[in-house]
Design a protein around this ligand. Structure first.
Ligand code: ADP
Length: 295
């Protein structure tokens, strides 16, 4: 019932004492490989909550692609829409220094080869979904094609990350557009002053049917044409915020598809996001419905 259209990456992580300068070699820790990418993260987050979830993505015909297919299937995601080949699986090369700061190089690889044609070929998946959730780690033309091919009655949710200015047709389809402060600024194309309520009002003038602003430990805010609602956060001991936004978006999209109002869906999603920050990692940190209920 939920279709996630987006990226799948292998995150390759090495701990280092310090980063190498140009021309220099440093030794690091053992390599750790995590399944990642915003699309793959969202699909796993939703499936772990119990959502019937499918993923439309592209991976390479390589070990990283098989790792990603395996973790999607283990979580219960329908992977019939995961295309294989055309380029190596997307990779994020991540070094972490002792203070915890990351330096990241992303090779989009197969994610950059998920084409508008692939979307047209996945028409049956689109028709079978109540909600389609997308992000921007795949080509913007591909997201535009999703919007063009959206069946009537299917809801479109977009987290524009990494953010870039959006065509009017994409903005008009968003219900909601889900942004953090940085994404809000880039989408608006200018500095945003005032309160998050003011940012949401400014974003609504660009055409989305509704807007959700995520505010980290402060929770979130929901705005449609009629009302602006604050969604309280759940107080937790934050260990690692990686993937919290992906878990939040996946949970919100699933609840909307199940018939919840936007404020109710966002309140549930805030609980899911809070649970996700209590554990390290992205996909490894996503909670089950039972864990959310126990929070
Ligand atoms: P992003 O990672 O996209 O910037 P946020 O950091 O705003 O997204 O996190 C998404 C949601 O997860 C928040 O709206 C909030 O509901 C929840 N969340 C994130 N960090 C915390 C935290 N430290 N405590 C409680 N909830 C959190």
């Amino acid at each position: 019932d939920l279709l996630v259209v987006g990226s799948a990456n292998a995150d390759l992580v090495i701990g280092v004492e310090r980063r190498p300068a140009a021309g220099e070699t440093v030794l690091g820790s053992d390599l750790v490989v995590h399944p990642g990418g915003k699309g793959a993260n969202q699909a796993v987050a939703a499936a772990r909550l119990g959502a019937r979830t499918a993923l439309l993505a592209r991976v390479g015909d390589d070990a990283h692609g098989r790792l990603l297919l395996g973790t999607q299937r283990a979580a219960g995601v329908d992977t019939a829409g995961v295309l294989v080949g055309g380029a190596p699986t997307g990779v994020a090369l991540i070094t972490v220094d002792p203070s915890g700061d990351n330096s990241i190089v992303v090779s989009p690889g197969a994610n950059a080869r998920l084409t508008p044609e692939d979307v047209r070929a996945a028409d049956a998946l689109l028709r079978a979904s109540r909600v389609v959730s997308a992000q921007l780690e795949i080509p913007l033309e591909t997201v535009e094609e999703v919007v063009l091919n959206l069946p009537s009655g299917t809801r479109f949710v977009l987290n524009p990350s990494p953010p870039r200015p959006l065509p009017a047709a994409v903005l008009a389809a968003c219900d909601p557009l889900i942004v953090n402060e940085h994404e809000a600024r880039v989408i608006a194309g200018r500095a945003l002053d005032g309160s998050p309520e003011d940012w949401a009002a400014a974003l609504l003038t660009l055409g989305p049917r509704s807007v959700v602003v995520t505010l980290g430990a402060q929770g979130a805010l929901v705005a449609d044409g009629e009302a602006v609602t604050r969604v309280p956060s759940v107080k937790v001991d934050a260990v690692d915020t990686t993937g919290a936004g992906d878990a939040f978006t996946a949970a919100l999209a699933w609840r909307l598809g199940a018939g919840s109002s936007l404020p109710d869906a966002a309140a549930y999603a805030a609980r899911v996001g809070a649970a996700a920050v209590t554990r390290a990692g992205a996909q490894e940190s996503f909670p089950s419905a039972e864990e959310v209920a126990a929070l």
